[in-house]
Ligand binder design. Sequence first.
Ligand code: C2O
Length: 552
Amino acid sequence: ASTASASKIVEHTFYVQNLTVDRLCNRRVINAVNGSLPGPTVRVREGDTLVVHVFNKSPYNMTIHWHGVFQILSAWADGPSMVTQCPILPGSKYTYKFKISKQEGTLWWHAHVSWLRATVHGALIIRPRAGSSYPFPKPYKEVPILLGEWWNANVVDVENQALATGAAPNISDAYTINGWPGDLYPCSQNQMYKLKVEQGKTYLLRIINAALNNQLFYKIANHKMTVVAIDASYTKPYVTDVVVAAPGQTLDVLLTADQPVGSYYMAARAYASAAGVPFDNTTTRGVVVYDGAPSSATPLMPALPAFNDTPTAHKFYSNITSLIGGPHWVPVPRTVDYKMFVTIGLGLEVCPANTTCQGPINGTKLSASMNNESFVLPTSLSMLQAFFFNVGGVYTTDFPAKPPIQFDYTNSSVNNNLPLLFAPKGTKVTKLKFNSTVEIILQNTAILGIENHPMHIHGFDFHVLAQGFGNYNPAEDRKKLNFFNPQMRNTIGVPVGGWAVIRFRANNPGVWLMHCHLDAHLPLGLATAFVVENGPTPDTTLPPPPADLPQC
Ligand code: C2O
């Protein structure tokens, strides 16, 4: 028996393996954990240590990332392939072991190699430690809601084909709620998520956007939702009838069953931000069924925003504020040691001789960059091993290599010869001193498609000081910075043709990836990394890797 406040070790075993499922009139073999899609929900309390033994019984190289977990002094367990570890080869295993502290709410875990997270993912729920409570009334029940994307084709083939031809990848065939497409798709009448509720009770929905390439609007007919946390960081309660989440983002929302006994659809579909951005123009739905509702009744359907309803998305994204003084709340650092202006966007690469490419302009392939650098993962050794063992030649510490190219970033008709369009490839990182503060102005470029890029930073939550449209203009936009109660996130959708200012403290040694959480853009190079040096004391120094760390 343990005392009320004792932290526990929570242990899981994940078998990543083939799973045969029927979806959209077809039988398919996918990769999944422990025979379920989504995979198992991991439940811990703040302060617990999580130990997960991952056995790779799939035919692919595998890693698991614990999206949003701070990984304090446990960078070896973060998971992005070739960043903090070499992949777990088919037939091999690796044990991820880390403590979860100073954060509460909904996070998730997912494969972090090629496109495998499409089906290798699940919820990671962090409740307050025993004896502590939520900063809102205790809900009657807690329910994970994972929004996903389904491909009829093998996702690794979809990705490889896109990379080989240089074209944009095929769009998905369905969106899903907790793995089910719902009754608007063929052969899916009975493949619909059902949430049973009791009238008068309040439920905590733990919503995760686990889709690969699409932001999603999510709504429940006739019900309001109260957002109480985003990305496992408590917020001032925010009441809304629709939420939007970019891939990687999570939301904790309270739902009270305060309507007449009946059935109500919940539904999700793309927020694609602009015409021309490829997306699957379909709707997934599940159903909320009140206890005692007649089974014959047709559920009410919510009216979802249009795919390009940027005002609705922007209102939701920008109006949420942090819960001042709430559990694990951190004030904004008021001094900045590293200030970076970083452009993010798509670009082109020249098609190799004697090949045919189907990129956006004849003889080119699609590419992507941050500050005119297109990121490439190393192949011989993980970046974290290179950092720890002082091995040269794996990455260079010259990001950003040059000052940003000045022009109107929001002008999509730029001359094709601009250097910004053809970014050089490299593995360039920013080296940060332990405990230094970093401010990044992320400027979305409109080259080759104007779209919202969800930028995710591993290992840290950041304060979102301001966001807006157009070119970032220091004279005007500095005045908009919120130092008082800005939201904290691990993933921000940088507005379409716009910018965001974020700030964080680099208080954890290791190598931390920053990248676009659209899986279509990560392999194109929309990434970079921070190498945070060790601090001055043993308890600010990264320990050596675990003995079973996979080797390349
Ligand atoms: Cu959710 Cu780098 O990942």
